[in-house]
Design a protein around this ligand. Structure first.
Ligand code: DAH
Length: 357
């Protein structure tokens, strides 16, 4: 009987079995366990080697050589499987850390001005080009400048149109302080300072005209889609010896054309009431083209400065006459940028704010 042939068959089967076990090992730990079963101290190959002891010298040689061949085949299968597992692991890691070198690089986000600041700057620039000075004044304002000097004494019903926040403080004459409800107090502050600065010229009768805008923050007890407790206004004042309502119309129309960058708009001066102007008018704007075409939109209060207000400025109303206006900067910005909810301006969402340049 040919013992060698059947032994070889056993060894081939063993190699086959080892290769299969290695192939089934899904992790390096599984593979080490499988290795122990075939090549370990009490594994199949070791057992075969031990069996050699009972054989004759000649048989030992052939059988020993055959076992060695099988052992090398098993070791080769083990190495191959180790490599395959390591390759698969590396592949997984590369996939997980995949890097797309064609993506654009990360840049530092570019900042920009808030849309209200953009509108504010445009307003200053446009009126500046028409010879208007730009003035700035306190947001915590005395009752005198905010109301009384503007023909709005305590208990005057018009005060209720501008409900505000009061501050627990009063000025030297006992007028309480409040958060200013409009930029109109700047009319008195600026004109008074102007008259003082040009006192000599005023006495000679040739004081330069008062021509100023005063943009700034204003406050009221209001909060909805078109009103915020903090909002922005720009006051305009032009006083001289012969400044008329016609000048107001031309000035405001030119401003609107420049601000909205279109000639396709018309203005309407709608009679109204303010305690510091007589006559008074609301200025409505209508665009002839674009999404808002055909609608009248209120943009400003205005009027001829009331003689008593001129007197409160320290000027003679028989000599100085002119107009004033007070416009909502937020309102102008909403119209210019097509924003329909005022609150968006004050929520600080960069997805919204980043759309304006
Ligand atoms: N101050 C007024 C307001 O906030 C707006 C206004 C109306 C201002 C007429 C003016 C003016 O200068 O002449 O409602």
């Amino acid at each position: 009987m040919n013992a060698t042939a059947s032994d070889t068959l056993d060894l081939d089967a063993l190699v086959q079995q080892a290769a299969e076990s290695f192939g089934q090992a899904a992790t390096p730990a599984d593979l080490e366990n499988a290795k122990a079963r075939f090549l370990g101290k009490s594994g199949h190959v070791t057992a075969l080697m031990k069996g050699l002891a009972q054989l004759s010298v000649d048989e030992k040689k052939t059988r020993g050589a055959a076992i060695n061949v099988a052992k090398q085949a098993i070791e080769a299968a083990l190495t191959a499987r180790r490599q395959a597992l390591a390759d698969a692991d590396l592949e997984r890691q590369l996939q997980a850390e995949a890097l797309d070198v064609t993506l654009p690089g990360r840049q530092r986000g570019q900042g920009g001005l808030h849309p209200i600041s953009l509108a504010w700057e445009r307003i200053e620039q446009i009126f500046g080009s028409m010879g208007f000075d730009v003035a700035d004044g306190p947001e915590i304002e005395s009752d005198w400048f905010n109301f009384t000097a503007l023909g709005n004494p305590p208990n005057h019903p018009a005060r209720s149109m501008q409900d505000t926040f009061y501050v627990d403080m009063s000025d030297d004459e006992g007028h309480p302080y409040c958060l200013r409800t409009h930029t109109s107090p700047m009319q008195i502050r600026y004109a008074t300072a102007h008259a003082r600065k040009h006192a000599a010229a005023l006495a000679r009768g040739d004081m330069p005209e008062v021509r100023v805008i005063a943009p700034g923050r204003t406050y009221r007890v209001d909060n909805d889609a078109t009103h915020s407790p903090m909002f922005h206004q720009v006051e305009g004042l032009w006083l001289g010896e012969n400044v008329s309502f016609k000048d107001l119309k031309v000035t405001y129309l030119n401003f609107c054309k420049a601000f909205f960058e279109t000639d396709d708009l018309i203005l309407r001066f709608r009679p109204s009431y303010f305690p510091f102007t007589e006559p008074s008018a609301e200025i409505d704007i209508q665009f002839q083209t674009g999404p808002l075409a055909g609608h009248w939109l209120e943009v400003s209060g205005s009027g001829q400065v009331h003689p008593q207000v001129v007197r409160n400025m320290g000027l003679d109303p028989e000599k100085y006459i002119g107009f004033a206006f007070g416009s909502g900067i937020d309102r102008l910005a909403m119209l210019r940028y097509g924003v329909n909810d005022l609150r968006l301006f004050f929520e600080g969402d960069v997805r919204f704010l980043g759309q304006f340049r």
